[in-house]
Structure formats: structure tokens, C-alpha cells
Design a binder for this molecule. Structure first.
Ligand SMILES: Nc1ncnc2c1ncn2[C@@H]1O[C@H](COP(=O)(O)OP(=O)(O)O[C@H]2O[C@H](CO)[C@@H](O)[C@H](O)[C@H]2O)[C@@H](O)[C@H]1O
Length: 468
């Protein structure tokens, strides 16, 4: 069986968040189980992509209304990723340093999708399944099923995975002419609330829809940024499959990004060395428990509350806090300003730094995840694997993966997202940490929990097989 993943992100070539991690790892595990999975993403203007050796395998032109854009499909010549990667090189729209947040994202995403389908239409051996990730490739299920120009592809089953239903890719009908000709009687498939909504379109047109945890699938029925009714209507083709993590990359014994590697036997000294580096680098006190946050500084992650959570905590408890993230500029500035009041126990790195994130997982004592919405969350799984205790809000995938220490589990959970509840959880964390024997026992327990893709990859294969 041959499956093609269409995605804007794929670690290590392009990663903004968890989507990159999933698309960069699940295909590896699927291939090991005999499901030939390939990934196609844009050819970005970044160092990782520039270093690749590629072969041009196809060239054509995309029409977006009155505009014409030449593109080339490049096949990556390398086996280091564990799966075959193809890249769409399109100079004007896709060859950019960043993945998102350009004014012409709509044009970019449509061009990417059209290029993929034009290429597939011309391929002799077609995939058995096209698996689309998030709204950026959400028009593919519509294009394949409704556009006569792609009728050679009409029998290929399409799957959509919703990594985050907050973002839907809405655009106005002014841009309808970017979509190749189709029967206008079916225009309703593109529509949601008088806009073209690629996520809604994919939910309507894909053969199957998955989300990245079972709890998130349930939550979407009542909270899906306007798509609740649609998801409820389509619930029979929807399923929640918990994400996994890549145990080959997230491996404390071999991770090249850490300061000191460690295994079961030297976990305490190994983690101490990573913590010491963090504390030296960020001017913190290595003797105090270190609470960290890693992630996009957006409302869904509860990032707007972080400055007040930090202030409340640092005014009352003897701890360190370290924040790694970027996003909302107002939140970034407020987080920077916390340092003025607490220069010796608080610091922040505003930006994206993959290596630093690995050292934080390897050296901090607790990881904060006060998410308002968390479709799955990978950070808590990385935390468990590396031996730091997650403090999470019970929502989505966090609810599916973390059990509170009070219920004989290994994490700290709270039900609401507000400063007081998160502060109370941090306080519980401090008490937990003070009992070093118990803390170390739990640490040894959590690093053994297996959240690798081994558990979920076979569920995807079952799903693909059911589409035949
Ligand atoms: N500033 C920074 N520097 C370095 N690394 C950083 C970073 N900010 C984030 N990261 C890394 O990016 C990843 C974020 O993963 P999440 O699952 O939390 O994210 P996200 O919300 O992007 O993904 C969405 O998709 C994923 C995958 O399906 C779901 O798990 C999730 O719930 C959903 O919101 C982690 O690997 C984290 O370490």
C-alpha cells in the first residue's frame, strides 16, 4: 500500500510546531510496518532544504485565475529521513524562508495543492491513499472528487487529519477563480458561513477524518471554532487516534542536542548536568526546582496568562521559571518584563530554538502546559520520555495521557485555565519536589512509558485498509 502525506511542515525540513513532528515521524513507523508512506511539502528557502540533494522529476504550470506559475517537483535523494520526500519548488509563492503568515497564504496553499494533483495526475503509479494534514491541504479532497481536470484521481481515497481546528484557512469568494472549474451546483461543499472554508470542505469531502486524540474528537462536537455542527453531522467517518512521538529522535541516550546524555542508570546526574547548563546560561539557581514552558505563545496554549502565573509564583514560591516560545508580541513583551522583577529566578528565550527545547526537556524539573485547547500535545510526551513532570490542564490529548499523582499517576493536573489554578498546581509541584525520594521514583516510572508511534501507527494502517 502506498500513502502520500501532503503537509506544509515536516521535521527536520520545516517545523513550526507539532504538525512538523508528526509528519516527520509517523511515516517512518508506517514504513516499518510495510505501509509505503511518502511526504510532499513545499521547497522552502531555508538551510535544511538547501542542503538536500534532489532530482527534478516533473515540471508544469499552475493557473491561479489569470496568473500562471511554473513549478517543479523535486525528489529528495537521501535515505536519512526513513521515508521518501518530494518537494514542490515554486519560485514566487513557495520558495520562502517561513512556512506561514504571508499575506498571500491562500494563493500559496492553493498553488501547493494544485501542483501536487497535477503531478499525481501524470504519474503512472498513483497512491492508494492521499492523507491531508490540516486546512492547508484541505481542498485536496474536494479537488479530487469534484474537479473534472483531476478525474484520473477520483477513486483515490482521501483522509484528513485535524491537528488543530482553530485554524481553518477561510478565504472569500473573490478568490473562487483560483479553483479549477467544477459543477457550481456543488459549491456548497466549499462553503461555511459565506466563506470558502478549506477545513470545513475537507471534513465534508474526505473519506475519513481523524483528530490527534480521542478526547479532542469528543470535544470538537461541542467546541470547534464554528464547525461543531458539521463535525457532529459527519461523526460516523471521524475517529480520534492518539499521536505518538519518535523514539529515535527523542532518545536521552543518543540525543545530540542535549548537554549530557543519560540512561536509566545515570538519569539523576545526567539531568543535573543539563539543568546546570540551563541555570548557568539563564542566570538561575540550580538548587531551586525549575519550571519550564515550551511552545507557541498563543491564546490556545494559555500563553496570555503566563506573565501573571509567573509573577504570582515568583512572589510566593522559591522556584525558577524558564520560558521558551514565540508568538503574540504583547505576550512576548510582558514575559520579557517579568525578568525586571525577578532577574535571578526567571528568564525567557523569545524565539524558536530546537536545541534549547531538547536541553529544557533534559534539564527542567516540571513542564507547564496550561492549554485552553490541546488537540494532542507532544510536549507532555517528550517530558515523560526525558523525565520531567508535566503540569497540565485536563483537556484533549493532555487528558488522555497524563494521570494526576493524587490518582496514583505521575503528573499534576488542573481542570480550569486561570492564574490561581495553575499557581496551585505549581505549589503542588514544589511539595512533590521536596519529597525527593518520591519525585525520583516517579521520574524513573515516567521515562518507561511508551508513547512512541508503535502504539498508533497500526491504527492508521487499519484505517487506510478500510478504505479499499
Ligand atoms: N519556541 C520553540 N522552540 C523550540 N521548539 C518549540 C518551540 N515552540 C514549540 N516547540 C516545539 O514544537 C512542538 C509543539 O508541539 P505541540 O504538539 O505542543 O504543538 P502545536 O500546538 O504546534 O500542534 C498541534 O498539532 C500537534 C500535532 O498533532 C498536536 O499535538 C497539538 O495539540 C496541536 O495544537 C514541540 O516539539 C515543541 O517542543
Amino acid at each position: 500500500m502506498k500513502v502520500l502525506y501532503t503537509s506544509l511542515e515536516c521535521y527536520p525540513l520545516a517545523k513550526v510546531g507539532g504538525l512538523g513532528d508528526v509528519v516527520g515521524s509517523l511515516p517512518k513507523y508506517l514504513n516499518e510496518l510495510g505501509c509505503n508512506t511518502e511526504v510532499i511539502l513545499p521547497y522552502y528557502d531555508n538551510d535544511k532544504v538547501h542542503q538536500l540533494v534532489c532530482e527534478d522529476v516533473f515540471s508544469e504550470t499552475i493557473n491561479l485565475g489569470i496568473h500562471h506559475y511554473d513549478f517543479t517537483i523535486k525528489k529528495v535523494i537521501s535515505s536519512e529521513f526513513g521515508f521518501q520526500i518530494y518537494l514542490v519548488y515554486q519560485k514566487e509563492l513557495l520558495f520562502r524562508p517561513n512556512v506561514y503568515s504571508y499575506d498571500d497564504d491562500t494563493e500559496r496553499f492553493i498553488a501547493f495543492q494544485l501542483a501536487i494533483l497535477i503531478w499525481l495526475r501524470n504519474q503512472e503509479i498513483k497512491p492508494d491513499v492521499i492523507h491531508c494534514h490540516d486546512h492547508h491541504t484541505g481542498l485536496i479532497p474536494f479537488l479530487v472528487s469534484q474537479v473534472p481536470a483531476f478525474q484520473e484521481l477520483i477513486d483515490i481515497p482521501t483522509v484528513l487529519t485535524i491537528h488543530n481546528a482553530q485554524y481553518q484557512g477561510w478565504f472569500s469568494y473573490d478568490k473562487l477563480d483560483y479553483i479549477p472549474q467544477f459543477d457550481l451546483h456543488n459549491i456548497g461543499l466549499l462553503d461555511w458561513d459565506q466563506c470558502i472554508n478549506p477545513l470545513a470542505t475537507a471534513i465534508k469531502c474526505a473519506w475519513r477524518v481523524t483528530t490527534v486524540s480521542p478526547s479532542y474528537m469528543e470535544e470538537l462536537q461541542s467546541q470547534a471554532n464554528g464547525l461543531e455542527g458539521l463535525l457532529h453531522h459527519e461523526k460516523d467517518k471521524c475517529v480520534g487516534i492518539l499521536n505518538g512521538i519518535d523514539h529515535t529522535i527523542w532518545n536521552t541516550e543518543t540525543d545530540p542536542m542535549m548537554i549530557k546524555n543519560y540512561g536509566d542508570k545515570n538519569i539523576v546526574s545526567g539531568r543535573k548536568a543539563n539543568k546546570k547548563w540551563l541555570c548557568d546560561e539563564f542566570g538561575l539557581d540550580v538548587e531551586k526546582p525549575l519550571f519550564a514552558f515550551i511552545g507557541r505563545l498563543v491564546y490556545e496554549k494559555g500563553a496570555d496568562l503566563l506573565p501573571d502565573i509567573c509573577l504570582e509564583t515568583l512572589r510566593n514560591l522559591d522556584v525558577n521559571i524558564l520560558i521558551l516560545g514565540s508568538g503574540d508580541h504583547q505576550v512576548e513583551n510582558r514575559l520579557r518584563s517579568v525578568k525586571e522583577e525577578f532577574p535571578d529566578s526567571y528568564n525567557t528565550y523569545i524565539g524558536y530554538d530546537e536545541k534549547l527545547s531538547h536541553i529544557i526537556y533534559a534539564g527542567a524539573d516540571f513542564l507547564l502546559m496550561p492549554s485552553r485547547v490541546e488537540p494532542c500535545g507532544l510536549n507532555q510526551m517528550y517530558a515523560l520520555r526525558y523525565g520531567l513532570i508535566p503540569i497540565v490542564r485536563r483537556i484533549g490529548g493532555l487528558k488522555d495521557t497524563i494521570i494526576d499523582i493524587g490518582d496514583d499517576g505521575f503528573g499534576i493536573c488542573h481542570d480550569q485555565v486561570n492564574v490561581q489554578d495553575v499557581y496551585n498546581s505549581i505549589k503542588r509541584g514544589v511539595e512533590f519536589y521536596e519529597n525527593q525520594k518520591y519525585y525520583r521514583e516517579k521520574q524513573k516510572e515516567i521515562v518507561k512509558i511508551d508513547h512512541s508511534w508503535n502504539n498508533s501507527a497500526s491504527k492508521y494502517i487499519e484505517l487506510y485498509k478500510s478504505l479499499k
